[in-house]
Design a protein around this ligand. Sequence first.
Ligand SMILES: Cc1cc2nc3c(=O)[nH]c(=O)nc-3n(C[C@H](O)[C@H](O)[C@H](O)COP(=O)(O)O)c2cc1C
Length: 471
Amino acid sequence: MPQYHQSTAYRRETMSGGDMDWPNQPYPFKRYPNSEPRELPRPQLARADFWPLALGWPLATEGEPGVRLAGLSGLLALAAGLTAQSSGGIYLRAPASAGALYPAELYLATKGQDGLPDGLWHFAPDRGGLHLLRQGDPSAAVAASLGGPPRGLTFFISGLFWKSAWKYKTRAWRYCLLDGGHVLANLELALAAYGLGQRLCLDFAQAPAQGLLGLDPEREALLAGVGAGALVEPGPALAGGWEHPAEEPLSPSEGRDEVMAQAAALGALEAPGDSPAWPSGGPPEDALRLEPKPLAGPDLAQTMVGRRSRRNFLAQPLEPGQLARLLGAALPADGPLGATVLLGPDNEAPAGAYVWHAGAKALEQVAQGDQRHAAAVASLGQMWVGQAALNLLLWADPARLEAVAKQRGYRHAMLAAGRAGQRLYLAAQALGLGCCGVGAFYDAEMAAAAMVPSGAEPLYLVAAGPVKSGV
Ligand SMILES: Cc1cc2nc3c(=O)[nH]c(=O)nc-3n(C[C@H](O)[C@H](O)[C@H](O)COP(=O)(O)O)c2cc1C
């Protein structure tokens, strides 16, 4: 766990009011003044039931060889497309985003894709199209950056610092990672819905991968690569001398944050590494076992398109079976995260704090009594948190991150937390419940409210439960 996380903790004593520089607010979409995006056909959304895919960890590595262009358009729309407009006119997207600032950008490398020349592309959600960054067969460079044999499609998710740092200052690297995890969750599930096999790479060769997409490491950090579809033969190396297309600044005066850039550079790899294994201990004998069972329907794509943040929670418990499905969809059997569940009264387990053992699908009680009010107070006083039937706090043990993945452990944990958050949102949506992420909290108070093990750091809270109808 880097010093970065502690140094960006919110503390009650030192919090000052937000001084927002509205005239300098960043434009929410990347703009390339010298190129028009290539239009894509109307998105063709995959038809697949939500629950078998959401509960079917791990996602398949093999499947269909590829998708038609309308399917690719649908994939991009589900991963990062626009799905609504707020009452204030802000375009909202399929994944949730801290402050609706959307620092996570989506790129694509294609080889042999129906309807597109081979090349590197940037997805423009405002236009529903793809900006061509560079034409040519990218497969050799992709393989050198991500390792493994290249595939016909490779998606890249990045965090564009300033979009979030404008509001959240140095704490924004946290939101870049969490938001990146939200996009990743949607992308992975959408790929599965289209029947594509996939391979995730978080441990890429940093400088070559950043260079491939033309990302300035002081401004934007690559977070994840996902290869999908059929394996392809690596082509010849891309010719040198490429210039990244000019971009318009996001604000009249784009700020830079050195601490964020340093945090993003920490643990950079020179060559792609293997995915780390995250062994974990089992639950005690008396832990409460849950059985997340798939349900028929709803449709995965419709669930993604319909998802929204809802905060109008009712003081009502979950129905039997809902707790198991929410947790089963949110978290894989193993990974870098710890997960503590805070339950109110009248659920399948008594009110209290529980550690979720995802491998054994079991809840271990660590404290009796309703802790949600304390979590709400710790969430900078967002009191609706205390009304939600379930609070899921995702946390990490710095010693374990360091032991398993050295300095890259933090990226793994934060991306996994964002992914779990998006999946909890989707599972709540599929059950007709509400959900909302909470990135704003006093860190030490939150750790105490959820009784996380000594030394562990809270990463992200997500609240879910019955809500009043309407948003
Ligand atoms: C990492 C993260 C942190 C968030 N933190 C908060 C929060 O502290 N309070 C809150 O009311 N909403 C929070 N949200 C929800 C966002 O405000 C919401 O996703 C955004 O406004 C877009 O709306 P939508 O989720 O309906 O698409 C958070 C979302 C994410 C992904």
